[in-house]
Design a protein around this ligand. Structure first.
Ligand code: PEP
Ligand code: MN
Length: 361
């Protein structure tokens, strides 16, 4: 079901920003020199929107929590000297007033804030009657409705120039990424609010520089609208998120290597795609039938265990199975992460089937 959100394209002085929108700048503004040494090369390479955190939401206290309002003056200098638009994160009403007072052009709501409807509503109320583009990061937890709720709250306050930022989701399990991308969520967001630009934040997804290129490419392949990439004149010395930031040159390398594909599909491509999608449908159908067969066997096992009064979960068997399936899968080019998730979920479903068999009168 499509969500009713009234949107206008993001524009400045009447100029509409066309995709892809690239936003770059440091995780945090640290000093005027650092801000300018980052902004000047970015402007030279054609970046139009500068980002810098002024107030930093840190997980633990006593870490660098941002320079505060003083940094907003440096952003004014960036605007004046480079002509770039400037953007920063706001997490409360005070931040909104300060950002507006210093002429920040675009604000964004961070992942920890969008998880909190009270905080988002306060920010929304403070934006009534203000004409400023607002970007809403996904909440830290993978809940697309909470993300949409935050977007609706801001939109209901009269903000029409909006974008969503996909920055990945917290997980308890250690994964390759700092924040698991879970692409199905921004894809679902696109389905629910088709007109809303989605900007991917590879920096906070990756947590390191190594996969920025892959994640950026994936975002472009999914036809998302832009990228926000943390860029610092001296990344290793950054006061926050050092390992994920790149130099302006590093960013240029990433953007130069990006392949932008055509999203307008012509008839011939359409036919080829339709043929391939048809194959996928058939394969999925077979998968479902095989899962059904597998559950039937599980139920037989359940009956057998019931008759012989033995427990459902035999840990050793499950450990061996998981190991063996993961090896088989990785040999076929399936990732270990995927195999573990897939078999955990199949196993859980088997247990559910066995439990219902065993508890039947
Ligand atoms: C940031 O953009 O630097 C930031 C704090 O991001 P997030 O809210 O995605 O963690
Ligand atoms: Mn950061």
């Amino acid at each position: 079901m499509v969500v009713d959100v009234e949107l206008e394209p993001i524009k400045f002085d009447g100029e509409v920003f066309t995709k892809p929108i690239f936003i770059a700048g440091p995780c945090s503004a640290e000093t005027e020199e650092q801000v300018m040494n980052t902004a000047i090369p970015l402007a030279k390479m054609g970046i139009r929107i500068f980002r810098a955190g002024i107030w930093k939401p840190r997980t633990r206290p006593n870490a660098f929590e941002g320079v505060g309002s003083e940094g907003l003056k440096w952003l004014q200098t960036v605007k004046k000297e480079t002509g770039m638009l400037v953007s920063t994160e706001v997490a409360n009403v005070k931040h909104v007033y300060e950002a507006l007072k210093y002429g920040v052009d675009i604000i964004w709501i961070g992942a920890r804030t969008s998880a909190n409807p009270f905080a988002v509503q306060d920010i929304a109320d403070s934006l009534r009657g203000v004409n400023i583009p607002v970007m809403v990061k996904n909440p830290v937890n993978p809940d697309v409705d909470l993300w949409i709720g935050a977007i609706e709250r801001i939109n209901n306050a009269g903000i029409k120039q909006m974008a969503a930022i996909h920055r990945g989701f917290s997980t308890y399990d250690k994964t390759l990424y700092r924040n698991s991308p879970q692409w199905q969520l921004p894809i679902e967001l696109r389905r629910r609010i088709p007109g809303l630009p989605i900007i991917t934040d590879p920096s906070h997804i990756c947590g390191n520089r190594d996969f920025l290129q892959d994640i950026s490419q994936k975002a472009m392949d999914l036809n998302f609208d832009g990228l926000i990439i943390e860029t610092h004149c001296n990344p290793d010395k950054a006061l926050s998120d050092a390992s994920q930031q790149v130099t302006p040159d590093g960013l240029k390398g990433i953007l130069d290597r990006l392949i932008l594909r055509d999203s307008e599909v012509n008839d011939e491509l359409m036919l080829t795609l339709a043929g391939l999608r048809d194959q996928i449908d058939k394969l999925d159908d077979r998968l479902i039938n095989m899962l059904e067969e597998r559950m039937n066997v599980s139920e037989k096992i359940g009956n057998y265990k019931k008759d012989n009064n033995i427990t459902i979960l035999q840990t050793k068997r499950w450990d061996d199975m998981l190991k063996n399936r993961t090896i088989l899968g990785t040999r076929k080019g399936l990732s270990e992460e995927f195999m573990v998730k897939l078999f955990r979920s199949i196993h859980q479903e088997s247990i559910n089937h066995q439990t219902s068999v065993m508890n039947k009168e």
